[in-house]
Ligand binder design. Structure first.
Ligand code: SF4
Length: 341
């Protein structure tokens, strides 16, 4: 009998790390959503302990990473594919729903929109500047109103007269919410008003007037919030589908890329031993390259005090790890690190 073949996707974001394991058909075998308490490396290590306990590690044939911490994760884990968040979310969306027209993705600290044509992504917008509507912002406002984030969405649906809240940016929304709270507006009306304001903010700052085409998928941690789902439906005027793995779609996309690479090449994986992942110590440093007008900011990852990877140079020169920078802009001074280069 053929041994089981599994593919791992790891999505390291600024607030959470997501891990998904799929089989050759793309069925999800394991999923984990971890808060980055203690940093993303600790979150990855916790996730791997769980995978290991469930006896799933030996069947992993290839690994993909994504998210803002994808390079760090790729070095720690030994990834075979490294893709950006847009590609990974788009991959998962089109795999589950080939008729997808638009993906609305609202995560812990950023939000994005991806536009599709005939099942392929053709454009996207991202918003990493205004926090309004993101998971962290909603957590904060729920705490201010004395409700849990789980109750937050359900309360919004009970409102009969949503309050008018200014949603131009997070700061305005918060101060307007406080003001209306002091005036004695009912909690459910404040929450529904806030959801509508944040949906308007999303359409203005993220969608930026581009047409929203069906099928519309809503993914990312905020898709669990029934109030935001209701407000976006109201604002867009279309039905919205929340996919089954809405919280881990980036990791699912990364796993699908890893599966694709394996099926195309059957090349040996770079995946490191789980014991090594669990015991590794890693950190990031950086420097500015002044060798031409581009002035690239180069990021470096050290694993167990060895320089393991670099990225950020437009010309590729710093991919040669034997080269040494003159100075560094973070972490220890260059002299202290030269023994490891
Ligand atoms: S890394 Fe290359 S492109 Fe970037 S500043 Fe240095 S020499 Fe120029």
């Amino acid at each position: 009998m053929k041994a089981r073949q599994l593919f791992l996707g790891v999505d390291v974001g600024s607030v959470t790390t997501k891990i998904v394991l799929i089989d050759t058909h793309g069925n999800v075998i394991f999923q984990e959503y971890l808060r980055n308490q203690g940093g993303p490396i600790a979150a990855i290590q916790r996730g791997f302990k769980k995978l290991s306990k469930e006896g799933l590690v030996d069947s992993i044939k290839m690994v993909g990473t994504t998210g803002s911490g994808r390079h760090l994760a790729s070095v720690i884990i030994g990834a075979d594919t490294v893709k950006n968040e847009i590609s990974s979310h788009a991959k998962a969306a089109a795999f589950l729903f080939p008729d997808v027209g638009t993906v609305i993705d609202i995560g812990g600290q950023d939000s994005k929109i991806i536009f599709f044509k005939d099942g392929f992504p053709v454009g996207f917008n991202m918003n990493t500047v205004c926090a309004a509507g993101t998971g962290s912002f909603l957590d904060h406002q729920a705490a201010r109103l004395g409700v849990t984030i789980e109750e937050f969405g359900e309360l919004a649906l009970k409102s009969r007269a949503p309050s008018r809240i200014a949603g131009r940016c997070g700061v305005f929304a918060e101060s307007d919410l406080i003001h209306k709270q002091q005036l004695g507006y009912r909690r459910e009306d404040l929450i529904a008003g806030l959801c509508l304001a944040l949906a308007t903010n999303y359409m203005t700052n993220v969608a930026r007037g581009r047409p929203i085409k069906p099928r519309v998928l809503f993914q990312g941690g905020v898709a669990a919030n029934a109030g935001m789902l209701w407000a976006l439906k109201h604002k867009i005027g279309l039905d919205i589908t929340v996919p089954p793995y809405f919280k881990v779609m980036g990791a699912l996309g990364a796993a699908l890329f890893a599966r694709e690479r394996f099926l195309d090449t059957e090349a040996p994986t770079r995946f490191r031993q789980v014991e090594k992942i669990a015991s590794s110590e890693a950190y990031t440093m950086g420097f500015l390259c002044d060798d031409c007008g581009n002035r690239c900011e180069i990021q470096e990852i050290f694993v167990d005090d060895e320089l393991a990877a670099r990225w950020g140079s437009r010309c590729g020169k710093w991919e040669d790890l034997s080269l040494r920078p003159k100075t560094r802009i973070s972490g220890k001074p260059a002299d202290e690190r030269q023994g490891n280069l």
